[in-house]
Write a new protein. Structure first.
Length: 152
């Protein structure tokens, strides 16, 4: 939903075009991953996926080594995914901040569904969250300079 209340949806052609651009940007930057392509724009929100918790990251079936999904309910998860998550120029995942924690949204591969889990500082620093996303989050005031420095 836009600021003026207008609802927008991406159609399949737009999603396919975006995925093609992301793949081309990844190929273009091969061997130079510290410099994201200027052809791709990191965007927040306006995303048409559906959040669906995974038992791997939530509840009694969660393995001991799995990262937890701290999103309390589907409504909150959908709001984060659709309106507050960031895409990257080089990764298919989306990222959001929830209660000071970095959340990674991962596609499940079915029906445009996405599950989520928290990333540790070590995982973020190991470039699971790309520099283009961190820079845009900092620019938008979603993360602080201290968080950016800790994760970069």
């Amino acid at each position: 939903m836009l600021a003026d209340g207008t609802e927008i949806m991406l159609n399949l052609d737009e999603v396919t075009k975006f995925e093609k651009q992301a793949k081309e940007a990844k190929i273009k930057n091969k061997g130079n991953s510290s410099k994201p392509s200027t052809e791709m724009i990191v965007r927040r929100g306006h995303f048409n996926g559906e959040y669906k918790p995974s038992p791997k990251h939530k509840g009694p079936k969660m393995p001991p080594n799995a990262s937890p999904d701290s999103i309390p309910d589907i409504k909150t998860g959908n709001d984060l995914l659709k309106n507050h998550s960031y895409n990257s120029a080089t990764k298919k995942q989306r990222f959001a901040i929830y209660k000071g924690k970095m959340i990674k949204f991962q596609p499940t591969g079915t029906n445009n569904e996405w599950h989520a889990y928290e990333l540790t500082d070590k995982q973020i620093k190991s470039q699971q969250v790309t520099l283009d996303v961190l820079k845009q989050m900092l620019k938008d005031g979603v993360i602080t300079k201290a968080q950016y420095n800790k994760w970069h």
